[in-house]
Design a protein around this ligand. Structure first.
Ligand code: NA7
Length: 546
């Protein structure tokens, strides 16, 4: 089979990958984007379950690189649903004429650095190969489904549906007995919608979720026009506010919160939390006080506010006891829902606590510690092998035959959240060491690609690959570790720290110090990388030799 050659191969056609392809072409490179799915969209292609929608406002969760695109695209809802986001990404691929350089149904199986040729050799599962100077991994930080091995699952005679591989034509739950495993963002989004039609819905819960009402509404034309009249300014504020997920709707609060929730009276705190609650969504809570995610006392004030709200929404104190979380809030990502807790008021909805218990399947349903639940359908919404999962599965081999898996066997060694030492010209977007978990990942992809583009440009001029050193990794790991240690995020097992994946090294995988410090660090690392590469461009060096 013929080997294809390109300056850049981008892996993954979600938000980051589509932009990476566009940017590389804009800079004049030949680029190919390979994607395992049979359409673009990444996580917004695969996650088609009922109720799937973004919890950052649509007007924020979209590209900023083209003012024309921002102006012309019209979101219909304050928080877009999966179908609309998927259409947007397809529109972007068409609008910027990207399709001709996208290869769908192409799952990369290995990427190997050839030190002699100074190029990457990529191979797909069906044996096709690419030869590229640079490789950009846009494989997503929530893209590899976590598939627990439930005892007896293969004996189950009913239908098994996975949130991450939902049937394209949907599924009719009418009158069915449905079991849902998983109560993270995915579970709380889908449950009330499924419960509306199902004959009986049984939720198997290991850990209760802190979830707040999303209060999604159609996007009013007036608000849309207002944002669009000053979009570049909104974007600037977003980037400069220090809160990557800062949103158009919560803008009025930028100056409201104090550095610490303990600096204000209880009444002031409750008033602000209530405002956040009424506004809807998660952003207000994340922005309310500077130390909610780092100071246990401050954290507890919000946790208790939310527990009380959950109790009110459920009504029945016995059921509420099982659904009210006791761990510090925001140590798992805050969820946003539409009618999740209220759905437990339905006579057809049951909650089964499976924490510390054995859940096993048989032909007719699920058994938990001797209690049997008859089911027609089991829905698995158990989350992701986040952040590193998609990259370690790619069989990446760098210099001296070192694999990325072994490079990351104990700690996720990387410099500035976009490269590892020993893997020249291999870049990633929104992966380990980056702030994507706390950020607006669409804007972060644009910002990271700015640096990656500069470095590739410089590398072409000087004739040396882009590389980072072990010292840079050491320094960055320390920076990430101290930022993580300053948060409360080791208090819960979550995808933030790998604790949700049995056997995975549990530690902070990303940078948790905020977007602005991250971008400053990124610029400093970029300068260091440029400094250490030959400062004499190839052409000048050639002239000197002659
Ligand atoms: P999450 O947030 O990781 O949630 C996964 C859920 O599945 C969570 O309730 C888990 O319980 C539960 N789970 C995982 N494994 C099991 C087993 N073996 N048995 C029972 N329950 C299990 O993933 P989501 O897809 O909901 O959301 C991920 C992110 O996507 C979200 O934060 C947004 O950023 C978008 P646990 O809490 O581990 O006890």
């Amino acid at each position: 089979m013929q080997q294809r050659t390109a300056d850049v191969v981008v892996v993954g056609a979600g938000f980051s990958g589509l932009y990476a392809l566009h940017r590389m072409r804009e800079l004049g490179y030949t680029a190919t984007l390979v994607e395992a799915g049979d359409d673009v969209g990444g996580t917004w292609y695969w996650n088609r379950y009922p109720g799937c929608r973004v919890d950052t406002e649509s007007l924020d969760y979209s590209y900023s690189f083209s003012e024309e695109l921002q102006a012309e695209w019209k979101w219909t809802e304050r928080y877009a649903g999966q179908p609309e986001i998927h259409s947007y990404l397809r529109h972007v691929a068409t609008r910027f004429d990207l399709w001709s350089d996208i290869e769908l149904n192409t799952r990369i199986d290995s990427a190997t650095w050839d030190d002699t040729e100074q190029r990457w050799q990529l191979r797909s599962t069906d044996g096709r190969t690419w030869d590229a100077t640079n490789c950009i991994l846009a494989t997503g930080f929530l893209s590899v489904p976590l598939q627990p091995r439930f005892d007896g699952l293969s004996n189950f005679n009913g239908t098994v549906l996975r949130s991450t591989e939902w049937p394209e034509d949907g599924f009719d739950f009418t009158g069915k007995r449905v079991g849902i495993i998983g109560t993270g963002s995915t579970g709380v989004q889908m449950m009330p919608i499924i419960a509306k039609n199902a004959g009986r819905t049984t939720v198997f819960q290991r850990t209760p979720a802190y979830s707040v009402p999303l209060r999604n509404v159609p996007l009013e034309a007036e608000f849309d026009a207002h944002v669009k009249s000053m979009y570049p300014e909104w974007r600037r504020l977003q980037r400069e506010s220090g809160a990557g997920a800062w949103s158009v709707g919560s803008a009025p609060w930028l100056d409201r919160g104090a550095p610490s929730a303990m600096d204000v009276t209880e009444q002031e705190r409750l008033d602000l939390y209530e405002e956040c609650w009424q506004l809807g969504g998660i952003n207000g809570f994340y922005m309310a006080y500077g130390d909610l995610a780092s100071n246990l006392d401050s954290n507890e004030t919000l946790a208790e506010f939310l527990r009380e709200k959950i109790r009110e929404r459920i009504g029945n104190p016995e059921v509420a006891d099982k659904l009210v979380p006791q761990f510090p809030v925001m140590t798992k990502r805050l969820c946003a829902d539409t009618g999740y807790f209220e759905a437990y008021r339905l006579e057809t909805v049951d909650l089964v606590d499976v924490n510390g218990k054995t859940l096993k399947f048989d032909e007719s349903g699920i058994e938990v510690d001797g209690e049997h639940y008859d089911l027609d359908v089991a829905v698995v919404a158990t989350g992701f092998d986040a952040v590193t999962g998609a990259m370690t599965r790619l069989n990446i081999v760098g210099q001296n035959g070192e694999t990325l898996q072994s490079h990351w066997s104990e700690e996720y060694r990387n410099a500035a959240g976009f490269m590892s030492a020993g893997f020249p010209n291999l870049f990633w977007i929104n992966g380990p060491g980056s702030p994507a978990a706390d950020s607006n990942p669409v804007l972060m992809a644009e910002d990271q690609m700015g640096v990656i583009g500069d470095l590739i440009d410089n590398s072409r001029v000087v004739g040396e690959p882009v590389a980072v050193t072990a010292e840079m990794e050491d320094e960055w790991l320390q920076t990430c570790d101290s930022a993580f240690a300053a948060t409360l995020r080791s208090e819960a097992k979550s995808w933030y720290n790998g604790g949700n994946v049995p056997g995975k090294v549990t530690r902070g995988m990303m940078y948790h110090g905020g977007d602005i410090p991250y971008l400053q660090h990124l610029a400093a690392y970029e300068a260091q990388i440029l400094d250490q590469t030959a400062s004499t461009p190839v052409s000048s060096a050639a002239e000197m030799t002659a």
